[in-house]
Design a protein around this ligand. Structure first.
Ligand code: ADP
Ligand code: MG
Length: 235
């Protein structure tokens, strides 16, 4: 469902020689996989996830997502695919602190003008329930704990029922108990059929996945199959 070939990304400011963040990566990810992208800080993980999630364009190589070639899509097309087929979870939650849980989760639905308000409410309730926060529906997101905030972010990522959920260091700002809860939710989503692509630099997080792509200096160092997925989370 997702294929990259010779993917390159060079960040260049006028007058400098540029930083090569991705140096020609190639791999496929199939529907239903739970993939962890692992590597040391600065190895290109976030750059890769941003490109896979249509948040940034590569400077070379090819990317095909669900049959769509990225370089044939306009920025508007990318935004539409991102909204309908992809969900995002970031390390720092990216919530609106003064909006309620329900309002934060509803946001992706507001981009689709064809969803009726009553349906929006049902979809929001279902997503919030999936992360176990139904009692917090009317609470301002800024008043929640870090772990609860990340669960709201997951509900927001889920609300459009995307085929792929991208998560960049989703447990990076959490204590081990909340981090464990977040990883269990991601595992549950994957069992329900969502493809999950997770970036992490921690082995105990990566082992929740069934495949680990090891990235170093913008290159694929190892494509590892996880024979027994991790069930618990220790820090
Ligand atoms: N917006 C940017 N402008 C310039 N250089 C960048 C930018 N984003 C990342 N880089 C550089 O690209 C390399 C890879 O960064 P990143 O993808 O953030 O790695 P990781 O997520 O693995 O820590 C690093 O050398 C980083 O400094
Ligand atoms: Mg990063």
């Amino acid at each position: 469902m997702l294929a990259i070939r010779g993917l390159k990304k060079v960040y260049r400011d006028e007058g400098d020689e540029g930083t090569t963040a991705l140096d020609g990566l190639s791999f496929d990810i199939e529907k239903g996989e739970f993939v962890a992208i692992m590597g040391p800080s600065g190895s290109g993980k976030s750059t890769l996830l941003h490109i896979l999630g249509f948040l940034d364009r590569p400077t070379g190589g090819e990317y095909v997502f669900n049959g769509k070639k990225m370089d044939e899509l306009s920025d508007e097309d990318l935004a539409r695919v991102r909204n309908r087929e992809m969900g995002f979870v970031f390390q720092d939650f990216n919530l609106l602190g003064h909006a309620t849980v329900a309002e934060n989760v509803e946001l992706p639905l507001l981009y689709s003008t064809d969803i009726e308000p009553a349906d929006r409410r049902t979809l929001v309730e279902r997503a919030v329930k999936a992360v176990g926060l139904e009692e917090k529906m009317r609470v301002e997101a800024g008043n929640l704990s870090g772990g609860q905030k990340q669960r709201v972010a997951i509900a927001r990522a889920l609300v459009m029922d995307p085929s792929v959920v991208f998560a960049d260091e989703p447990t990076g700002n959490l204590d081990s108990k909340s981090g464990g809860a977040v990883m269990e939710i991601l595992r549950e989503l994957n069992k329900e059929g969502h493809t999950v692509i997770l970036v992490t630099h921690e082995t105990y997080t990566a082992e929740f996945a069934n495949r680990i792509l090891h990235i170093k200096d913008g290159l694929l160092e190892k494509d590892e199959k996880v024979l027994k997925q991790r069930e618990t989370f220790f820090k």
